[in-house]
Design a protein around this ligand. Structure first.
Ligand code: NCD
Length: 308
């Protein structure tokens, strides 16, 4: 039984296959319209979400399957004290595949150990978010034409941002990647990512606190929101939340072929005037997320050849 809990659960070859399949789906949507006919996706979301949950659901519907689930812990038996393991076991009697988001690191892993259907981690606390990583990889591949030879800037909350952690891990598997990590001191990438990924693999990286001096070096700028829900105290959040606001003036020295990504939701960190700049690809990224989740579910269900 294959699950996707950590981005490194997939080999580079499998990731390439998923990205290729997503690209084929983009080109030939009708071929896949009934590929998941009769299959059910359960979305178990214990934490708020707009894009991730709806894109999973849209993906399954576009494959001809159906969806069930809940969108907050309050609306499930978690409110009565049921364990993640028991909820997952129950849902596995109704569904063929599970996408789970949970505020606690490791919850989707626990679920995967108790069921005999694939479990996909749709974000666990400040830890990982592997399907956002697939989304980000497809966006970079489609808009830059490559996943190697890139200087990638991450900006914002690099401490709690799970999308950042997963994407750093994954991009570190490609050739000639260099990272510039832009954050306040308090929100730097956790040591375990530096030790287990960047230092271990000898990936060049620098940590800076200001965006303007480095923006001209970047091929990709990955903006993130300060993760309010993971702060212990509101005063720290308020002090740090508007450290970086990307606007057109700051983009003056950026490369003309820079691509700006953001997993969304955006709060204040990108001025809306940037949205119409051709370098902004964060709303295209949303759509790539749906196609890559279609490809992932087909793979995990072994249905990638079930085409018309
Ligand atoms: C991200 C998440 O949930 O981690 N959103 C998403 O899935 N697109 C980023 C965020 O919430 O800031």
């Amino acid at each position: 039984m294959r699950h996707l809990i950590d981005p490194t659960d997939l080999s580079l070859q499998e990731i390439d296959e998923i990205l290729d399949l997503a690209e084929d789906i983009i080109q030939h949507r009708e071929k896949y319209a009934e590929a998941c006919k009769g299959k059910k996706l359960a979305t178990l979301f214990y934490e708020p979400s707009t894009r991730t949950r709806l894109s999973f659901e849209a993906a399954m519907l576009e494959l001809g399957g159906s969806v069930l689930g809940f969108s907050s812990a309050d609306a499930s038996s978690a409110a009565k004290g049921e364990s993640v393991a028991d909820t997952a076991r129950t849902v596995s009697k109704y569904a063929d595949i599970i996408a789970m988001r949970h505020p606690k690191e490791g919850a989707p892993l626990v679920a995967s150990q108790h069921v005999n259907i694939p479990v996909i981690n749709a974000g666990d606390g400040g830890h990982n978010h592997p399907t956002q990583t697939l989304t980000d990889l497809l966006t970079i591949k489609q808009t830059k034409g490559r996943l190697n030879n890139l200087t990638v800037g991450f900006c914002g909350d690099l401490k709690f941002g799970r999308t950042v952690h997963s994407l750093i891990k994954q991009l570190s598997c490609y050739e000639n990647i260099r990272f510039i990590l832009i954050s306040p001191q308090e929100l730097q990438v956790p040591d375990y990512i530096k030790e287990e990924t960047l230092l271990k693999k000898n990936i060049p990286f620098e940590e800076v606190t200001e965006m303007e001096p480095v923006i001209g070096q970047l091929d990709i700028l990955y903006m993130t929101r300060v993760q309010r829900e993971r702060f212990f105290n509101e005063a720290d959040y308020i002090r740090l939340k508007d450290t970086y606001i990307l606007n057109l003036a700051k983009l003056a020295n950026a490369k003309p072929d820079l691509k700006i990504l953001h997993p969304l939701p955006r709060v204040n960190e990108i001025a809306t005037e940037v949205d119409s700049d051709p370098r902004a690809v964060y709303f295209d990224q949303v759509e790539y997320g749906k196609f890559v989740r279609m490809a992932l579910m087909l793979k995990l269900l072994g249905l990638e050849n079930n085409t018309k």
